[in-house]
Write a protein that binds this ligand. Structure first.
Ligand code: GLY
Length: 351
């Protein structure tokens, strides 16, 4: 277990156990897009190329929904990002299963796919669910058939690197099975071990030149999950939420806790009540921490043993992000070149 030290408390010096009402706690001031310059795009830290692509497209007149999806397509196709699309870490049986959703502010419409296998760009399929059906979420075999009906070709999404990480994980699960353990856990190369138990993901939100807001979230989900496990990323309100009159929020990190709190919806509602995006994200973080009661999610020192992160922007173009553990960064592009900015966080994560 990593040693984690509580140091930064925007909860005015109190620990997770005594946070009483996140609604009453003010976090640091949000980042301001002083000139209200549009277009802008915000994404998780792995999304610099996504925000650059999205802003480039919106500058050329694209609707934000098309722009943010084209942005995350770059990461879905990148085998080196092992939390999204092609090259994502597989389920416990070695099969890559992808989740994604998108939401279009002007129409308040949404589409999603869950447990989709063999299709590199689940976000594109999610957009087709939104645009070409009156459903919101297709899962598993039905989602695959729908994708193929629209001309998507099946591909093996498991790269050699992801297979190798999965195999190490499988071999080190137990010394009571027929798989030889490759060594003590500390002997597993750090390059491999760092991928155990991750919940990566990319989320990207944008405001186009018309001032309309859209967003997308896409992921390979929890590494080595039970086949069929669906996280927060394809669930509207959990992994993404957009209200064109207020703003948008997307999330990365442990999906189960977002599912139980519908945190992205909550954060947009916090912004509706007047919080800045950073304040709203931090209030969402505190709500999740407050609602964490399951013993397996709390270490022997009483600290939360997982992370979630939120990224938000509002109608004015203000933006921000917050996570349980930091330091943590996010990608932002205000009508120019993407850069990484530091997100707010509750606790410092010391490895
Ligand atoms: N947030 C990604 C997942 O838990 O699946």
């Amino acid at each position: 277990m990593k040693r984690r030290t509580f140091i930064k408390s925007t909860a005015l010096g109190v620990g997770a156990a005594v946070i009483s009402n996140p609604l009453l706690i003010k976090a640091a001031a949000g980042q301001t897009n002083i000139n209200n310059e549009f277009p802008i795009a915000i994404a998780s830290a792995n999304g610099i190329r996504a925000v650059d692509k999205a802003v480039e497209m919106m500058n050329d007149g694209s609707d934000a929904i098309d722009a943010v999806i084209k942005g995350v397509n770059i990461i879905e196709a990148d085998p080196d990002d092992m939390s999204v699309g092609y090259g994502g870490l597989p389920n416990e049986e070695g099969v890559v299963e992808l989740d994604s959703c998108c939401m279009h502010g002007p129409t308040h419409n949404a589409g999603a796919v869950a447990s989709l296998r063999n299709i590199k760009h689940p976000s594109q399929v999610a957009k087709l669910v939104m645009q070409r059906t009156d459903h919101v979420l297709l899962a598993g075999e039905g989602a695959l058939r729908f994708a193929k009906a629209h001309g998507f070709k099946e591909e093996d999404l498991l790269t050699d690197k992801a297979r190798e990480v999965w195999l190490y994980w499988k071999e080190s699960l137990s010394n009571k099975d027929n798989w030889f353990t490759p060594g003590e856990e500390e002997k597993i190369p750090e390059e491999i071990r760092k991928h155990f138990g991750i919940t990566g993901t990319i989320t990207c939100l944008g405001i186009d030149k018309q001032g309309n807001i859209s967003g997308v979230t896409t992921t390979s989900g929890l590494a080595f999950k039970i086949p069929g496990r669906v996280g927060d990323s394809p669930i509207i309100g959990a992994g993404l939420y957009v209200d064109n009159e207020v703003g948008a929020c997307g999330s990365t990190g442990r999906g189960e806790e977002n599912l139980k709190n519908l945190t992205c919806f909550l954060i947009v509602e916090f912004m509706r009540q007047g919080m800045t995006p950073t304040e709203a994200c931090m209030a969402g973080v505190k709500r999740v921490v407050l609602n964490t009661k399951i013993k397996s999610l709390i270490d022997e020192k009483g600290k939360i043993n997982y992370n979630v992160s939120y990224y938000a922007l509002n109608k004015k173009g203000e933006f921000g992000a917050a996570s349980i553990y930091g330091p943590h960064e996010y990608s932002i592009n205000i009508n120019g070149k993407g850069e990484l900015k530091k997100a707010d966080f509750l606790y410092e994560n010391k490895n």
